[in-house]
Design a binder for this molecule. Structure first.
Ligand code: GUN
Ligand code: ZN
Length: 631
């Protein structure tokens, strides 16, 4: 949302992909002429914008000048009278690092006013949507408390306020704590707006934390100071020999051209560049979400400034929170861009799966080769082993075979083709953080086993002595076995023990003639599951869904829908969030799920489009793309 100045605006922001703008109701209120026009013709006419208009309340002026000449109810009423689409109550933006006492006092007033605004809206049956701003300075527990309290109000949008000073002073790391403390206590179904965030350098990080909207006057304020915004940082016109991008302005003019222009003309052109770059970055972020490469983008953008890299590293603290919102299956491969990638959702999730999986007695750790490992592993690259734990003959039927991998640490050979264990790239020249990370996980993991055999090449690869080791030569050979493989994948995908019950009976495994990959699995002539070629996960068929349903207790792997939707779901129609009563906490978007009624009768199965939290909180939109229903 570009900020429109109600009096001074000279730039037309509508040509850059602008769909919504923000302006300041208090500035309009304070100016007799503007006020009169806004009251008679409405805010849209006043600022000449047809789309949705959000207005701020004077809180920012309050934070700068310490005082405003308007009350909370006056400003709400005024915004309603000028036909604002989204209004804001008069919150108190408490500065970062304020004392606890002052922050608590301010916060009490902010909450009181937010409540007053919502009550006013409800009592007068007003259509205008309402912002309730999260405050609490740099105290994460106060931010969370504020978010909890505001969530009870059912506001229409939740802005996160008083973060401008953090961004101006490059305190991005503290920004991460403030934003995460806020969003983790806000409902998923309501948009979050990072107030005053206008530098494109920060958009991807903010979106990754769960922010949906941005507003800023940065495009014009920077332009007035002859500064160009870019995703790599800010450039001053006086230092430019080359224009910083390929927008219309940068393609048409040289820095000398701009320097020789009158101030007003120059400012307009730089502001246009700034808007172009900002909207271009929003499109890049949006596409990255669709591709599943948002975190790669964040890691790339955060390299623009060391303080941003700190912010990216601070996200480590929240990797378990972020994992919940991360789809398990993506279109794009996982790219390791640096040590920050070790804390990504995919890695966290895989290591948790390994910890929880049913284990055999012994473990063999093999060195990595070409991917998929199970295809290229052979005796020639096996060599000698070191033993950890008890020393005795291996029972190959009671042994887990895994490959050492960066960044996924250990990859069981039976599941190595599933996303992202094969669909990832990491540099072959390892960084010390990755080596230490893997070493630490392996030290923890081998404790689950009675005996671990670690290949000698791994010692060379890691370049460090791992354990208290004894050389040994043992005939160790991984043999591919389709039945074991499909059971392992089913366990990994649906939960421990599922493979055994899903694949019982007289099995037929059909493979692609071209690639040799498993495509369809039948039991006694009936289709159980298909294996998706791109990520090697199973897609359920009717018989597979029934077996999974019979084995797993409610609500595991399930979404429970209400009685109204039952006939539609049985017909194979899409499940909407408003019909969802309950669902498995472990569901992530893109998972295969069962759809049942309140008596746990299997109605259908499909692909979830949302995770548990979202499905439970959203009251509009699709939740599950149904594959097939049981009539
Ligand atoms: N604009 C930038 N920060 C803030 C804030 O904290 N509150 C309001 N209302 N507007 C802002
Ligand atoms: Zn440009």
């Amino acid at each position: 949302m570009p900020v429109i100045h109600p009096r001074k605006q000279k730039i037309d922001v509508s040509n850059f992909g602008t769909e919504i703008v923000i302006t300041n109701a208090y500035l309009v209120y304070k100016d007799e002429k503007l006020k009169e026009k806004a009251l008679s013709e409405g805010i849209h006419k006043l600022i000449n914008f047809d789309g949705p208009v959000m207005t701020d309340s004077g809180s920012f002026q309050l934070s700068v000048y310490g005082d405003v000449e308007i009350t909370n109810t006056e400003v709400i009423e005024f915004q309603e009278l000028i036909k604002t689409d989204i209004g804001t109550s008069l919150d108190i933006p408490t500065a970062p690092y304020e004392t606890l006492e002052k922050t608590e006092k301010d916060l009490a007033i902010t909450l009181e006013r937010a409540k007053e605004a919502v009550e006013y809206k409800e009592k007068n049956n007003i259509e205008m949507l309402l912002n309730s701003v999260v405050q609490g300075s740099t105290y994460p527990e106060l931010r969370s408390y504020c978010a909890d309290e505001l969530s009870k109000l059912n506001a229409d949008l939740y802005p996160i306020g008083a973060v401008v000073p953090l961004m101006e002073n490059y305190k991005y790391r503290d920004l991460v704590d403030v934003v995460m403390a806020s969003v983790s206590h806000l409902p998923d179904s309501v948009p979050r707006h990072l107030m005053g965030a206008g530098h494109p350098m920060i958009f991807s990080l903010a979106v990754a934390m769960g922010c949906d909207l941005f507003d800023s006057a940065a495009y014009i304020l920077y332009a007035e100071d002859d500064r160009f915004l870019t995703t790599r940082g800010t450039y001053k016109l006086e230092n430019l020999q080359e224009m910083p991008c390929s927008c219309e302005v940068c393609s048409k003019y040289t820095p000398d051209d701009l320097r020789s222009m009158e101030k007003e003309e120059r400012t307009k052109f730089i502001a246009e560049h700034n808007l172009s770059v900002s909207f271009a970055e929003l499109r890049v972020v949006h596409q990255a979400i669709i591709d599943g490469s948002l975190m790669e983008l964040v890691e790339e953008r955060c390299r623009a400034h060391p303080m941003l890299l700190d912010a990216c590293r601070q996200l480590d603290k929240y990797s378990e929170d972020l994992e919940v919102y991360d789809p398990r299956i993506k279109k794009s491969a996982f790219f390791y861009t640096g040590p920050e990638s070790l804390k990504r959702a995919e890695v966290v999730r895989h290591l948790n799966k390994l910890r929880k999986m049913d284990k055999k007695r012994d473990l063999v750790i093999l060195p990595s080769s070409r991917k998929p490992y199970s295809k290229y592993i052979n005796k020639s690259n096996i060599g000698d082993f070191y033993t950890y734990g008890s020393e005795r003959e291996l029972d190959l039927n009671n042994t887990d075979f895994m490959v050492l991998d960066v960044p996924f640490c250990l990859i069981p050979l039976d599941i190595d083709e599933i996303y992202p264990l094969s669909q990832n790239e990491a540099p072959k020249i390892r960084d010390i953080e990755a080596i230490e990370f893997i070493e630490s996980f392996i030290s923890e993991f081998i404790e689950y086993y009675d005996q671990s055999l670690i290949n000698s090449k791994i010692m060379d690869e890691l370049g460090i002595g791992l354990y208290n080791i004894h050389p040994q030569s043992n005939e160790v050979k991984f043999k591919r076995d389709d039945k074991r493989k499909i059971k392992s994948i089913a366990d990994y995908q649906f939960g421990n023990g599922v493979g055994e019950i899903l694949f019982e009976g007289n099995l037929k495994i059909e493979k692609s003639k071209k690639t040799g990959k498993i495509r369809h699995i039948y039991s006694d002539g009936e289709l159980l599951v298909n294996m998706r070629a791109s990520d090697s996960y199973f897609v359920l068929a009717k018989k597979g869904a029934k077996r999974l349903h019979k084995f797993k207790p409610c609500p595991e792997n399930r979404v429970v829908v209400n009685a109204d939707s039952e006939p539609f779901v049985r017909e194979g129609k899409t499940v909407f969030s408003k019909f969802v009563i309950e669902c498995d906490k472990d569901i992530r978007s893109n998972d295969e799920v069962l759809i049942v009624n309140e008596s746990d009768e299997l109605l259908a199965f499909g692909k979830s489009l949302l995770n548990h939290n979202e499905m439970m909180d959203f009251s509009t939109g699709q939740a599950i793309k149904t594959r097939k229903g049981f009539k």
